[in-house]
Design a protein around this ligand. Structure first.
Ligand SMILES: Nc1nc2c(ncn2[C@@H]2O[C@H](COP(=O)(O)OP(=O)(O)OP(=O)(O)O)[C@@H](O)[C@H]2O)c(=O)[nH]1
Ligand SMILES: [Mg+2]
Length: 144
């Protein structure tokens, strides 16, 4: 399950997990693919939807990718939110090609505050973090 605010890089990451492109069009519903599904950014924008996100993970996910957009740094996760998941949760700081050291540190500390088990910096542009991300996905979804 892939969660993050609108434009944070969910579809880009889903394409990496799937090994296939998609149209990246805006959606108001979950987008289910072979190995991953994207939760609409609106579910994170609205705090009252966070319980739905937790329910979706319990019913449908073997692992959670929790995104923070590195370019904006914006986060609406409550402190410790990721600890509500029963599944492993990897924090992903996206668009790291645009970030300096200080911005990376601040982004990673925001992910830690959100309660993730582990976190990495990702760039779909330079390929930074992609192997690590895919290794983690294989570790939580070994049968696929
Ligand atoms: N520079 C840079 N841009 C990125 C990266 N990943 C995504 N983007 C850009 O960020 C924008 C949003 O990426 P998406 O993957 O569509 O994000 P999303 O979360 O699926 O967006 P919505 O579905 O609209 O909520 C696009 O213009 C991407 O090209 C990255 O690693 N580096
Ligand atoms: Mg998308």
């Amino acid at each position: 399950m892939i969660i993050g605010l609108p434009g944070s890089g969910k579809s880009t990451i889903s394409d990496l997990v799937e090994g296939a492109p998609s149209d990246h069009r805006h959606r108001e519903d979950c987008f289910y693919r072979t190995r991953s599904f994207e939760v609409p950014g609106g579910y994170i924008e609205n705090h009252w939807m966070h319980s739905i996100v937790i329910m979706l993970s319990q019913n449908q996910a073997s692992g959670v990718l929790l995104l923070i957009d590195g370019a904006s740094g914006e986060t609406l996760y409550s402190s410790g939110f990721a600890r509500a998941f029963n599944e492993p949760c990897l924090g992903v700081l996206t668009k790291c090609d645009q970030l300096d050291e200080g911005e990376r540190e601040r982004g990673l500390s925001r992910l830690a505050d959100a309660g993730v088990d582990a976190a990495l910096c990702l760039s779909a542009t330079t390929g930074e973090g992609v192997d690590e991300l895919l290794d983690w996905v294989r570790s939580v979804a070994p049968n696929e």
